[in-house]
Design a protein around this ligand. Structure first.
Ligand code: AMP
Length: 327
């Protein structure tokens, strides 16, 4: 199985109440690839400038990530993001975004990336997401985005969402995108566009999954030592889609629920390390540790009891296949 991801490949300047770093390897596709590389073969797609050197490629390649589709543009500058966090580390305040080489990027996927079983359109301009989607025959596809693109490119973003199986964004962004304050109604509105699953990232509180058949939620692992939350959402997405791809790419309810558990688990593991370089050195998880976390996080009965809910059918919804054949 293999997974192609398009999204920002970047340098970040990040300030938190605990410190400041001027230039770190970052970008949605980088954080995603790192997490997904624990499960499957990953191919990030996107351009970088000549400020992106051998040391940056080495970080990715050290995790077995295939970098053939990272295009180095001589004389160009890589995507740059400057952000700030307050004591609530779940809210990033953007201070500067420079698209750099992404402004002129025209994706041309290699045969390997086109043939991937799974495609993830990580956060980037939605027209670029659509260009990549049109070239990749993946059986399973997902998409992430952010408030900037909802505000500046909403129609294009809605069109991109219509072409994927699963939307995975922050809960506030699902509300902003649909104009619905109620999350269940907002998720339903997204599914009317096309996806058959919607995952709402809820920062330190975990994530919620909406499908045509029901609702499911998991808490985040309480971490005491997060210093820099940059990449948390992308790490969750990488673990989630990495799990799905590494386990056959099925979108059935059981797979999706396990992917939620593994996505949150990997997010937690990566967040205990500061910066992409350090995160790339994370070893594969020891067996005992994996069993312990799975015991706590992946057992359906425990989850339902913890949330005091039973799976609920979303009344009145028809399956995606029925909608398609009726159209
Ligand atoms: P998150 O997982 O939400 O913490 O994502 C953090 C990453 O998103 C950073 O490494 C940034 O480089 C990247 N990023 C920030 N703004 C944008 C944007 N407008 N488009 C694409 N990527 C972005």
């Amino acid at each position: 199985m293999s997974l192609t991801v398009v999204g920002s490949i970047a340098f970040d300047a990040v300030k938190t109440p605990f410190g400041e770093r001027e230039r770190m390897l970052g970008g949605a596709a980088v954080h995603f690839s790192l997490a997904a590389s624990f499960f499957t073969e990953v191919r990030p797609v996107g351009p970088v400038g000549d400020d992106f050197g051998a040391a940056e490629f080495e970080v990715l390649e050290s995790r077995g990530i295939l970098t053939d589709d990272i295009e180095r543009v001589e004389g160009g500058r890589s995507f740059f993001w400057r952000g700030r966090y307050g004591y609530d580390l779940s809210v990033a305040h953007t201070e500067d975004t420079q698209l750099g080489v992404f402004a002129e990027f025209e994706p041309k996927l290699s045969e390997g990336s086109k043939a991937a079983d799974t495609l993830f359109l990580a956060n980037i301009q939605p027209d670029l997401q659509r260009q990549v989607r049109s070239q990749c025959a993946a059986r399973l596809s997902g998409l992430d985005s952010m408030n900037l693109w909802i505000e500046t490119a909403k129609d294009s973003l809605r069109a991109a969402i219509a072409e994927v199986d699963c939307l995975l964004v922050n809960d506030a962004e699902i509300r902003q995108l649909t104009g619905e304050s109620n999350l269940a109604r907002a998720a339903r509105a997204v599914m009317e566009l096309g996806p058959c699953a919607v995952v709402a990232k809820q920062g330190e509180y975990g994530a919620a999954l909406f499908t045509e058949n029901g609702f499911f939620a998991l808490p985040g692992f309480p971490l005491e030592d997060v210093r820099d939350p940059t990449g948390a959402g992308d790490s969750f997405a990488g673990g989630f889609f990495g799990y799905l791809d590494g386990h056959g790419g099925g979108l059935d309810e059981a797979h999706l629920r396990r992917a939620m558990g593994d996505g949150l688990r990997h997010r937690a593991r990566l967040l205990q390390r500061r910066g992409v370089r350090d995160r790339a050195r994370l070893p594969a998880q020891p067996r005992g540790d994996r069993r312990a976390l799975r015991g706590a996080a992946a057992d359906d009965a425990v989850r339902r009891a913890a949330h005091g809910i039973a799976p609920q059918p979303l009344n009145g919804r028809r399956r995606r296949t029925e909608r398609m054949s009726a159209a």
